[in-house]
Ligand binder design. Structure first.
Ligand SMILES: [Zn+2]
Length: 462
């Protein structure tokens, strides 16, 4: 009667798209949870055009619910509209502000350069958006025989992120089905940790870090401090390849707190540059949406601190300013941290910084996110510490800069966090579906759940 289907994120961590369909005696009705793009190695399923296509029936789909605005959860929305989807796009209030921005960027890169067409698609998306406050039930459909309501709860992953509780009813039968979306780590800066659902008869849960736990926040912060101190000592630049939403803001928050704590002339010399119009825009939106921050961040604001817009922070927008900054930092001896995309050094403004500065041992590269096989980021991480080289834009660059990796700024829950999330549900779900993870992570999480719950644990394939 209530059927869960998966149209992505079953053979990797991207392309999230799940379906919940209710079938009474009449024709079925359903909703989609996310409609994301396949990225990186997950694209290897075939030609990317095939991956973009909506290859399942959407005639009965009445609404799309968006858990959060990462591109692997929302990137196929333009294609969903092109396929004829006419329903509302339900999401949290912060997500409704960010979704058009992220899709504008995605459309420019992957869809078309036609400005008018992009504007038309964005207007259509804005028109369909239905922002729903956290914690409030929202009726999606009621055709007399079947009804479905959804409620969004904070997921602590990025600003606006939510897990989705679905109350499905047909012919007197009812079921609560919960889709986790991406869950945040409990001690992430800025956002409150997710709380377990009060009920979940069935649960669809992510498993990105289903096989490991992160370093705790203090360790992470200590290691970040050590890297920054190296830059301060010898006037080098710390290059941080970072994604625009989530990690950039978490890092700014941590850097501000280090400057505040250690202060003094030395730390006050440190310059922080965000060289990315998109990251700058999302940092501004994060700053505007303080009601969604956690208690710790709110308290800092009350004390007059500005965790995301402090004095030493400079934002670079134009390409010319970007080129000037690369040139200036390569020659200057001022300690500086640059945050720029892309997160895996495969294109984006970070590449120019790397080309100009990898050869100088005063500089550092700090990786804060996963580096996929085949990306320059992975090569730098692997060969850099042994004095190797990396190929950027077809040219070899020797690596003399110091290479570091701090693993905890991933914005995803680790294995014990996922376990705690499920343990916190008063009655264990009768079925748990593990999605959104590499095979090893899914299997490890399955074993972990099997030893904790007497429940059906499924790793679905499409
Ligand atoms: Zn995400």
């Amino acid at each position: 009667m209530f059927q869960i289907l998966h149209h992505g994120a079953t053979s990797g961590v991207t392309g999230s798209c799940h379906e919940l369909t209710l079938s009474g005696t009449g024709s079925p009705s359903g909703i989609l949870i996310d409609c994301g793009l396949f990225q990186g190695q997950d694209e290897g399923r075939g030609a990317s055009a095939d991956d973009l296509a909506i290859d399942f029936s959407i005639d009965h789909i009445r609404a799309l619910v968006v858990t959060h605005v990462h591109i692997d959860h929302v990137g196929r929305i333009p294609y969903l509209l092109a396929a004829g989807f006419e329903g509302p796009i339900i999401c949290s209030e912060p997500s409704a502000i960010m979704l058009p921005e992220i899709l504008e960027d995605a459309l420019k890169i992957g869809f078309t350069r036609d400005r008018d067409l992009i504007e038309r698609v964005l207007n259509l998306i804005r028109f369909r958006l239905v922002p729903v406050p956290y914690g409030e039930w929202h009726e999606v459909l009621d055709d007399g025989e079947c009804s479905l309501s959804v409620r969004l709860q904070r997921a602590g992953h990025i600003l606006g992120s939510a897990y989705v509780e679905c109350d499905a009813r047909c012919d007197g039968l009812e079921e609560r089905i919960v889709f986790s979306g991406d869950l945040g780590a409990p001690h992430a800066p800025l956002l409150p940790a997710p709380e377990s659902p009060e009920r979940a008869d069935r649960l669809v849960i992510e498993s990105t870090y289903g096989d490991k736990d992160h370093e705790d926040r203090e360790t992470r912060r200590y290691r970040l401090k050590a890297v920054l101190e190296h830059a301060l000592e010898d006037g080098g630049t710390v290059m941080v390849p970072a994604f625009s939403i989530g990690r950039t803001q978490e890092l700014l928050y941590e850097i501000e707190s280090l400057i505040h704590e250690f202060g003094g002339e030395l730390w006050n010399d440190l310059e922080i540059i965000v060289d990315s119009p998109l990251a700058a825009e999302f940092t501004r939106i994060y700053g505007d949406l303080k009601p969604y921050w956690d208690a710790e961040a709110t308290e800092l604001v009350r004390q007059g601190r500005h965790p995301l817009s402090f004095e030493q922070l400079t934002v670079i927008n134009s390409h010319n300013d970007h080129l000037n900054a690369v040139d200036y930092l390569a020659r200057s001896h001022r300690p500086c941290v640059v945050l720029a995309g892309s997160g895996m050094c495969a294109g984006g403004r970070i590449v120019n910084y790397l080309k100009a500065m990898l050869g100088d041992p005063r500089n550092d590269v700090l990786f804060v996110g996963y580096q996929a096989a085949g990306t320059p980021g992975r090569d730098i991480l692997k060969h850099g510490p042994r004095g190797g080289w990396v190929e950027l834009d077809g040219e070899r660059f020797d690596i003399r800069a110091q290479i570091h990796q701090v693993g905890g700024y991933s914005a995803h829950a680790g294995q014990s966090d996922l376990l705690r999330f499920v343990e916190g549900i008063p009655l264990p779900p009768r079925e748990i579906r593990i999605v959104h993870g590499d095979e090893g992570a899914k299997q490890a999480l399955k074993r972990c759940f099997q030893s904790a719950f007497d429940t059906d644990i499924i790793i679905p394939t499409e």
